[in-house]
Write a protein that binds this ligand. Structure first.
Ligand code: ZN
Ligand code: ZN
Length: 60
């Protein structure tokens, strides 16, 4: 069972939003389990994964 209103990454809530450079975070999903402060970190991980997959074969 997912906890509604608690970020699954950082654990912030409506009452205790994490503050980023642009201000307090907001929910990025309908279930309120992922906040805007953490979606960037997730996307970073995914882009890292992509770049690994995209890496070209080396020529020696
Ligand atoms: Zn979060
Ligand atoms: Zn947050």
């Amino acid at each position: 069972m997912m906890a509604y209103g608690i970020c699954k990454i950082c654990g912030c809530t409506d009452d205790h939003a994490c503050i980023k450079e642009h201000g307090p975070c907001w929910w990025v999903d309908e279930d309120h389990t992922l906040c805007s402060g953490c979606v960037a970190a997730l996307e970073e991980k995914e882009s890292l994964g992509l770049s690994e997959r995209d890496c070209e074969t080396y020529e020696y």
